[in-house]
Design a protein around this ligand. Sequence first.
Ligand code: F6R
Length: 608
Amino acid sequence: MCGIVGYIGYEQAAPFLLSGLEKLEYRGYDSAGICLNDGNELVVKKAKGKLAELKKLTDNGKNIFGTVGIGHTRWATHGEPSDVNAHPHLSDSCRFAVVHNGIIENYLQLKDYLSSRGVVFRSKTDTEVIAQLIEYYYKGDLIDTVIKVLSKLDGSYALGVISQENPDEIIAVRKESPLIIGLGDNENYIASDVPAILAKTRKIYRLENNEIAIIRRDTVKIINTDKEDVKKQIETVNWDIDAAEKGGYEHFMFKEIMEQPKAIRDTITPRIKDRRVVLDEISLTADQIRKYNKINILACGSAYHVGVVAKYIFEKILRKPVEADLASEFRYRDPIIDDKTLTIVISQSGETADTKEALKEAKRRGSHVISIVNVVGSAIACESDDVIYTWAGPEIAVATTKAYSTQLAVIYLMAIYFGDLMETITDYEYEMYISELEALPSKIEKILDNEESIQYLASKLFNSKDVFFIGRNIDYALSLEGSLKLKEISYIHSEAYAAGELKHGTISLIEEGTLVIALATHEELIGKIISNIEEVQARGAYVLGIASENHKEVGNVAQSAIFIPKTCDMMLPSLAVVPLQLFAYYVASLKGCDIDKPRNLAKSVTVE
Ligand code: F6R
């Protein structure tokens, strides 16, 4: 969602602010702005729309001066996308400027309070109250003022503040919304995410909740809200800078699809030693694991779809009841969960607001939480009892691909590990699963080598108006992801259906030429899905089947088919998802869609 950058040094700040914001574009936004202290006053430039508008307005940063500045990309929540609602926001007298990620829940009360005392607001945002409150309470000490203002705010925030009063300082604060400080030579930076500063430095501090950073050109001091010093470890980011660049590909999404074999290798290799799964990250003893009587999985979007796959896998292998819950619904249904339930939370960003709140609810009710997270040090990682990181590297495209695949890989590792501890898998199965897991990356490479055939199919089918994805069992779980991938980036209406459910209503929507993508990978259910294919064909559907290469009969029934290499049932989603991702990608590309930044979407959904 929103993005924050800030610079303090001896160079002109604007070029860094603009390029930093560019690196955060992937998070999703609808306006952008920067504010610099030019030595006399705080100068703000803001523009609705893409960053290109702001660049035009500032002549690529050449007509706005100053060596201290903050910048922001805004994803509208309070107030429509517009120049005036864009950040940074200034206080009444223009002495203080603020950029903010998150939501101030009590902003209306604060706004009423200030308005009744004569403060005039310019925007409809919750953020402006912060700038106005700073001015209202300012008595000569900016830190004291910021601490006082924080005590008035309910909600979540990452803040960057600059002022005319303290021209050689940026104040940064974090509560529930990520913020990092980049450490340079005689210059320092703030950012809501690592890619923004990667070209400048790899040395960072990650702010924790309620920490305040006072950032000058050559020092960074971190304190808590009692003004006590906080000692922090410098973290070195080990991302390869190329990981956050397109590297010659037209889109991040395509690059990330192609990176999946490596991402899976990086995730599984350190966790398989002497042909045994080693999950040192899990602090539970074998005895504790055996005693759980239920597993609850909490996640949103594609990560939830991994949870649905996991439900099928865990129930089959571990013989324990598993619930896959939409994190956005979990808290509102008084869930039955306690210390006998093991909770697994899945999140790429580690910042998704609903997932984070569901996690807290599970913990409040006594459940042990293991999270599967991609972003190191993110809020969900910090709040969990145990964290298993997916080593997918930075995922920039809004539509997830490699994170989804590495989350699945962790689910397989957990299924093997728990299955062994619970003695629900045999030695033979254990060995077979390890072999299949190790073979996955090269099997995915084989599918990727054949991507032109999927491009060809996309060129035949990209004009579809409605698409139905059908499957049974684990294929149904995968069809949820296939459908989401297609609709979110190509804007084609699509639905995922348990194949047996179609005839309970939805089959009435099938007409001449409707595209049905039938997932037919599940060995035991091939016969049944073939019957479902025939049912929809009888009503005029065009069927694209996706099957294992040992089930060529699917190709005889469906009008078109894509075959994937053979693997064990549990791991089929890792192979079958690749053609679905490529199909969605090529359809969106042929339709001329903004693939990496689909409309209305944000990479990291930090509001509930
Ligand atoms: C879809 C997609 C989203 C995310 C969802 C959860 O392609 O990426 O559905 O999966 O917003 O995000 P994380 O995993 O960051 O919690």
